[in-house]
Every structure is written in C-alpha cells, then in structure tokens.
Design a protein around this ligand. Structure first.
Ligand code: SAH
Length: 378
C-alpha cells in the first residue's frame, strides 16, 4: 500500500520503504548490537491500520476557509490534512473526520496557536482491540468548549462503539497533548481490552502499548522466555497497569508489581482483582529502591523500563536480589545493550527476540531478552 501523505506528513520514518526492507533494516540494527544472538524480528502479516491510540491535531486554514485535521508536518506545527492514514485504526479515523466535519455547523472553533484563540486543539482516541470500544478525548484550550453537548449527541448517535468521552483542558504552549485536567463528559470512565485471556481497564492517561496485535506477541514471548513451572515468585518491575505480571500470574506462585506512577498502580490492583488474580500485590515506588528493601525476593524478574533503560542503582540491586532468571522487555536496543553489559557479570543471555511494534512509523524496536543466572546453567 502506498501512503498519499509521505511527502508532507512527518509521522512515519520508513513509510517510503517496502515492509520487508524496514524489517531488514531493524534486523541489521539488532545484529550490530547483539550479533548472532538476535533472533529474526517478529513482524506483522498485515502491517496496516494497527495503531489503537491516535492523536489528530486541528487547525484553521484561513486561505481556504476550512478546518484542517491531520498530523504535523515534520519539524513544524503545520497540520497536514489527511483522510486515510495507513497505520491507524480505521474506526478511529472515521470518528476523527466525522467530528472535524461537524465543527463548523456546531460553531466550535479550533484553536489557533499563533493568536491563542479558539477551543478544540486535538482529538485523542484509544480503542480496545478486543471489543472495538472507543474512548474519545476532546482536547480544548478553553475550559468550557462551547457546543460540546450537541457534539456528544451526534457522536453517540452515529458511533455506538464510543463508550467514553472526556474533555481535557490544555492551555500549554508545548506539544504535550493530554494534561491531567480531565473531566468525563459522557459514558464510562474506562474501556477494557483483553490480552492472553486477561482483561485490562484503560483510562486516557494509562501507559498501554499502541499496537495490540504485536503487544500480544511481546507478552507471550516474555512469559514463554520465563519458562515458569508454577512455583516461582515473580517480580514485574516497571509494571504499568500490571499487564505482564497478570498475564504470567497463572504460572507463578506469587507476583509483585512495582511501579512509580500512582494511578497506574491503582489500575494494576483493579486489573488483578477483575481477573480473579489472588496471588498478586503491588507497590508504588521507585523500582531500584523497592528492590533493595528487606524481604523482597524473586525467582524471576520481568523488567520493562522506559527508553532510558534501567538505572545503575536498579541494576545493582537486581544483581543483589539475584533471581534465577531475568526477562528484560526493552523499547530501546541501545539501552538494553548497555544494561546487558552489567548483567552479563552474573547472567548469560539466552534469547533476544525483537518485535516490530511500529511498522513503517518508527525505527524503534521492542525486544524481549531472557537471561539465566550463570550458576543455574548446567
Ligand atoms: N510493563 C508495562 C509498562 C511499561 S512502561 C506494560 O507493558 O504496559 C514503563 C513503566 O515504568 C511506566 O508505567 C512508568 O511509569 C514506570 N516507571 C518509570 N520509571 C520507574 C521507576 N524508577 N520505578 C518504577 N516504575 C517506573
């Protein structure tokens, strides 16, 4: 498939290439870092319309007197209008365009960055892959968003998949899309997605992978690499809303999730309960600090840090904790490679499985890496 906006839209790094060529490029990058240890990148059979979290920017084209809805041109805040993005959920795109077309009729003004006037700035949508349900966030610079009631009426009448509508007030001057000034305007507070037979509630600000089909492969690989027998105590470090630990919970004796974002911890506690998981508990705090606390023990540690990788303190306390196995889920091969240097002192790398989470969009690669304690290898 060919993208019609490749010249102007700045969202995708590799959209001009054939999909296989993008995978080859990613493979090469992995091999440069990890040599023959890197397994072939796990790609998608149909690498299109896969993003289930989308953001559209809005602006007003004064010359043609129309609202423009799309993505920013690379390196600028000029909005490139687009009707069919090849990588984003089709349902979400339909909803975005429906809203953009209704705005003039409802006299809802879009925000003008230069004059700092008008209201609606962005449309943000999260969709559940399992149910198709959508959560819509209208991001406005204006605390009121005049015309919103009429807009909600039209949306809910025409899009039964929309289950939740929020208003987010964003008066900031940088590019952050969602602030924490969120109000539920209509419907449910959460939508639910399912992966590996477990359900997870999602709110506008929760961290959740944007590509649900590849996310499933990522978590399945992580659980498979841990090779659990049912008796292990596991730690899910950097657990977010609890996904990985909950997916592994049936095969473990206990799960301890550690996460420093308070609202993610609340979601993790809720998710464990909603799935009937009785062997999981959660601590809100810095993973490195919790690791060095008394009484913390684990046979297997799953760790899924942000792009910057793990801190020196974390690695130090992980080596002290000395679990039999570590499964490192990484969103940045460079920091993974750096952290492995430290861990290799006492662990052997068993498998490195790259997963393509962002076909065409980005050169980023997600990786699952398993490590086994040296003295456990016979
Ligand atoms: N494992 C989850 C989330 C991974 S994203 C999933 O697959 O969805 C990384 C998570 O680490 C984020 O939720 C972030 O809030 C958390 N985090 C970042 N730094 C941390 C730290 N120092 N200690 C604990 N958690 C941290």
């Amino acid at each position: 498939m060919k993208c019609s906006y490749e010249k102007n839209c700045g969202s995708c790094d590799c959209i001009r290439m054939e999909y296989q060529a993008t995978l080859d490029l990613k493979q090469k990058r992995m091999e440069n870092l990890f040599g023959r240890d890197a397994l072939p990148v796990n790609g998608m059979n149909f690498p299109y319309y896969y993003r289930y979290k989308v953001t559209y920017a809005l602006s007003y084209d004064y010359e043609n007197r129309r609202i423009v809805c799309g993505k920013y041109k690379k390196g600028s805040h000029e909005v490139v209008s687009m009707d069919d993005c090849l990588i984003e959920s089709r349902d979400a795109q339909k909803l975005v365009h429906f809203i953009a077309e209704l705005l003039p009729q409802l006299k809802i003004k879009v925000y003008d960055e230069d004059t700092q006037t008008g209201s609606l700035r962005y449309i943000f949508i999260r969709q559940s892959f399992a149910t198709g349900d959508m959560m819509l966030v209208l991001v406005s610079a204006d605390s009121f968003l005049p015309g919103k009631n009429h807009l909600i009426e039209e949306i809910t009448k025409n899009f039964p998949k929309v289950k939740s509508i929020y208003l987010d007030i964003n008066k900031r001057t940088d590019s952050l899309v969602l602030t924490d000034e969120l109000t539920l305007l209509w419907g449910e507070k959460y939508i639910t997605d399912k992966v590996m037979g477990k359900k997870f509630r999602l709110s506008p600000l929760s961290f959740y992978q944007v590509n649900p089909q590849q996310m499933k492969k990522l978590y399945q690989t992580a659980v498979e690499f841990a090779d659990l027998s049912g008796t292990e105590k596991i730690i899910d470090a950097y657990c977010g809303i609890g996904t990985i630990g909950i997916c592994a919970s049936d095969k473990a004796s206990s799960v301890l999730g550690i996460e420093n974002n308070e609202s993610a911890v609340k979601d993790a506690v809720f998710n464990a309960k909603a799935n009937g998981v009785k062997n999981a508990r959660y601590i809100c705090g810095d993973a490195a600090e919790i690791f060095s606390e008394k009484g913390i023990e684990a046979d297997v540690v799953f760790m899924d840090p942000p792009r910057a990788g793990a801190s020196k303190e974390f690695l130090k306390s992980l080596l002290k904790l000395y679990p039999s196995k570590i499964v490192y889920i990484s969103c940045n091969p460079e920091t993974l490679s750096r952290d492995l240097e430290t861990l290799r002192r006492r662990y052997s790398v068993k498998k490195i499985q790259p997963v393509d989470m962002f076909p065409f969009a980005s050169e980023h690669i997600e990786t699952v890496c398993s490590l086994v304690r040296r003295d456990k290898i016979y």
